[in-house]
Design a binder for this molecule. Structure first.
Ligand code: SF4
Length: 362
């Protein structure tokens, strides 16, 4: 929250009313499209009815901010092939349910493959240490927030039977992709607070400057989101386009240098596939060549298959880009539910379709 909110506290209804009144004043009934790129923000917004507090002229859109949703089918297909080959495949809980071209890790597990849910790369390293005769693969999906923990495990020289299949992404190139979609207007970005903890808010300044679009790193309380919207509108009114920090109680100037060093020591940035969005330049963390022994892609042979990112009828590519509301997908709540997800956006707690479904049903 901004300084006023920090003084008022998180639960101050009067402050919330003051911020919403200020949002209304600043919006001046002009259409303003604010995009966030974080599943946790969408959860805060949807579960607290933030959109209903805003003037109708303010559109608050969920962009590509769910790591599981943007994990390319080809990455999941590789993990599935390794599981089918009899190796131990470990990953985060949401990842095992992600539908891919013709299966999912959960389906492979139900058919006898050794697929294990872990809370982090350290747990996968431990499994490798305890099972020296097995090859243990950790499927790493996530953004700048998650990537340092994986970098640290590789830098600590894990057992030789451990490797990482990276599906790790960086957010600013995806935001730039949005800015270049014809007809896709963005008047301001709420940037992810937890990514900013690692990177600092400075990484968003080039985008703000190049496209004249205000960016505000927001926290995850409802008041954080409202305050971030107010700060964006204030920038618009004052004709500024800066990368500002609403989440000052957590995000420090310059971010976290220790985490940044781990990232630059372990990874190179290369072009990466995003589900439904295609290849985005310099948007993925891949292990440096000197860590080839721990790089799943270099360690194993894969049979080439034509991976299918978006299954027939699924509109996740449009949901991920904020072009449609999940309820506009004909499969929403019918063929596709949290219990039986057809597309990746219905899988995890950061998926836009899953969040929408839970808030409609509850
Ligand atoms: Fe994809 Fe399911 Fe969402 Fe439709 S409802 S866009 S199939 S995740």
């Amino acid at each position: 929250m901004g300084p006023m909110a920090e003084q008022s506290g998180f639960q101050d209804a009067r402050y919330a009313q003051a911020v919403t009144a200020e949002i209304k004043r600043l919006s001046q009934n002009r259409h303003v499209r604010i995009v966030h790129v974080c599943g946790t923000h969408e959860d805060t917004i949807s579960s607290n009815g933030i959109r209903s507090l805003l003037p109708e002229s303010i559109e608050l859109v969920a962009g590509p901010g769910c790591p599981v949703c943007v994990c390319a089918a080809e990455d999941v297909d590789m993990a599935i092939e390794l599981a089918r080959q009899g190796h131990t495949v470990t990953t985060f809980g949401d990842m095992i349910r992600v539908p891919s071209t013709d299966s999912s890790l959960a389906k492979e597990k139900s058919e006898g493959a050794d697929v294990r849910v872990v809370y982090g790369a350290n747990e996968a390293v431990k499994i490798a240490g305890e099972n020296p005769n097995r090859e243990v693969i950790f499927v790493a999906a996530g953004f700048e927030t998650t990537a340092p923990t994986i970098a640290l495990e590789v830098l600590r020289k894990p057992p030789e039977n451990f490797s990482v299949l990276t599906s790790l992404k960086v957010i600013p190139p995806a935001m730039e992709l949005l800015m270049n979609i014809e007809g896709f207007a963005v008047d301001g970005f709420i940037t992810p607070g937890h990514v900013s903890v690692v990177t600092g808010t400075e990484v968003f300044q080039p985008l703000a400057t190049k496209y004249g679009v205000p960016c505000v790193a927001g926290g995850f309380e409802p008041l954080d989101v409202l305050e971030s919207i107010r700060m964006i509108l204030l920038q618009i009114e004052e004709g500024r386009a800066e990368s500002e920090n609403e989440y000052r109680r957590v995000v420090r100037p310059g971010g976290n240098p220790v985490a940044q060093k781990a990232l630059s020591d372990a990874f190179d940035l290369r072009d990466a596939p995003w589900r439904g969005l295609g290849i985005i330049q310099d948007s993925g963390y891949f292990l440096k060549e000197k860590f080839s022994d721990f790089d799943t892609r270099r360690k194993y042979d894969f049979s080439p298959i034509d991976s299918i990112d978006i299954l027939p009828g699924c509109l996740c590519h449009k949901v991920i880009l904020g072009m449609i509301d999940p309820v506009d997908c004909p499969l929403f709540g019918k063929r596709c539910t949290p219990a039986d997800p057809y597309g990746p956006c219905m899988v995890g707690h950061e998926g836009t379709c899953r969040i929408r479904h839970e808030n409609l049903v509850l």
